[in-house]
Design a protein around this ligand. Structure first.
Ligand code: NIG
Ligand code: FE
Length: 404
């Protein structure tokens, strides 16, 4: 296999055991073998024999290199939009009120059910390309706007199909327990039965990489979520939870008891919840886009998460209701300005910790043996990624060893 040598760059490896900060290596070299990294380190330390074996040499002309970015929480595939609700909220209506009146998630469910797979794919592809243009190489997509077998299947198939047609990895998450569909009004427990049936079927069809639920007053109770989680666990699927977004329902502690990969949102997380997450090794996925767009005032307890040593990831939450956002770079900036993360924590949040939130051990840091997913930026240093509000200093993405 041809070895490719990259030089003329500084590399933010983001390796936890690398040099501080950012695992940064000045005047670095990377050796790529097929889809993997064979060697990463200071150019001066590159073994002579390895250098001699490299058939292809590439000068990065002073680029900053980071791992490919990972968006570990999106609802990217949906029909329609909710600009009307944005206007209503600016006029004083609350997100919860709109949801209780049959708008919110339910209105996107209507639009998603009405859309054909081809229409959904075309609309979603536009959003996906915006993420690609900012160096995203792995992106999670949740279902949850179908809420009936044929529509959840359609949505997950579109997500898989986008992953095949574009040069990035799509990970699918089944979020059947996102909202109560109208045909089950007043019968939430019956709908949970239906969620279990859908899960078993869609898993059998190979469409599900993980399982999520929305634990909230306007969604599902901890007891209902526990039923979904028990079924998912029996199928060997990893778990995630929308927890403590609008109130403290104890969702994070519940998810931690099930060994969930991540708990997401967390503005109302309690100390008990944070401690449970730390014990379970669950990642806290913070979503500054939803916080900003819903004009929330209660901040996720970042100091508490730090104190308990809970790893923090950052994601776009791309969705039509609470975060119509297709820029992970903007999320880096907001994680710093709104949540007071350091730029290094924010970058770890879309690389190393985002990989952890998806249960992926082969990416998120640049080190020998990891996937050769990396991005060249026209930047001097990694803090500029979070700093440059609205800029896109992207130059090139290498996905599985190849330029895309
Ligand atoms: O992550 N919290 C629940 N789900 C989404 C919002 C979905 C919607 O409003 O369409 C979220 O914020
Ligand atoms: Fe979400």
């Amino acid at each position: 296999m041809t070895l490719k040598l990259w030089t003329g760059c500084r590399v933010a490896t983001m390796a936890a055991d690398g040099p501080r900060p950012y695992g940064l290596i000045e005047d670095a070299a990377l050796v790529v073998e097929g889809e993997r990294l064979r060697w990463v380190g200071p150019r001066a330390d590159l073994p002579r024999e390895l250098e001699a074996a490299c058939a292809q040499r590439i000068d990065a002309h002073g680029a900053l290199i980071t791992p490919g970015l990972i968006d570990c929480h999106t609802h990217l595939v949906y029909g329609g939009d909710r600009a009307n609700e944005f206007e209503a909220r600016l006029g004083g209506a609350s997100y919860e009120e709109i949801a209780r009146q049959g708008g919110g998630i339910a209105s996107t469910v209507r639009a998603t059910r009405a859309a054909s797979a081809a229409e959904l794919q075309a609309q979603s592809r536009v959003r996906l390309r915006q993420f690609l243009s900012e160096g995203v190489t792995t992106l999670e997509i949740k279902s949850g706007y179908g809420l009936a077998l044929e529509h959840e299947r359609k949505l997950l198939q579109v997500a898989r199909s986008l992953g095949r047609e574009q040069a990035l990895d799509v990970r699918t998450t089944f979020l059947g327990a996102h909202a109560l569909p109208p045909e089950f009004a007043g019968r939430a427990d019956d709908y949970v039965d239906e969620v279990l049936t859908m899960l078993a079927q869609l898993h059998a069809e190979g469409l599900v990489d993980a399982v999520d639920a929305f634990c909230e007053r306007i969604a599902f109770s901890p007891a209902q979520v526990a039923r979904v989680f028990a079924a998912a666990q029996a199928l060997g699927l990893p778990l995630k939870l929308h927890a403590e977004q609008l109130s403290d329902c104890g969702g994070a502690a519940l998810a931690a008891r099930f060994g969930a990969l991540s708990c997401d949102h967390l503005e109302w997380l309690s100390e008990e919840g944070a401690a449970a997450m730390a014990d379970a090794g669950s990642v806290a996925v913070l979503l500054p886009g939803a916080f900003y767009f819903l004009r929330e005032t209660r901040l996720p307890p970042v100091a508490l998460l730090r104190r308990h040593g809970v790893p923090m990831a950052i994601a776009s939450d791309c969705n039509p209701g609470s975060s119509p956002c297709t820029s992970l770079l903007l999320m880096l900036n907001m994680a710093c300005t709104l949540f007071r993360l350091t730029p290094e924590e924010a970058l770890a949040g879309v690389t190393r910790h985002a990989a952890q939130a998806l249960g992926l051990q082969d990416r998120g840091v640049l080190a020998a043996g990891m996937r050769a997913d990396f991005v060249l930026w026209d930047l001097q240093g990694p803090a500029q990624l979070a700093y440059a509000l609205g800029a896109n200093p992207w130059r090139q993405t290498i996905f599985k060893g190849e330029s895309r």
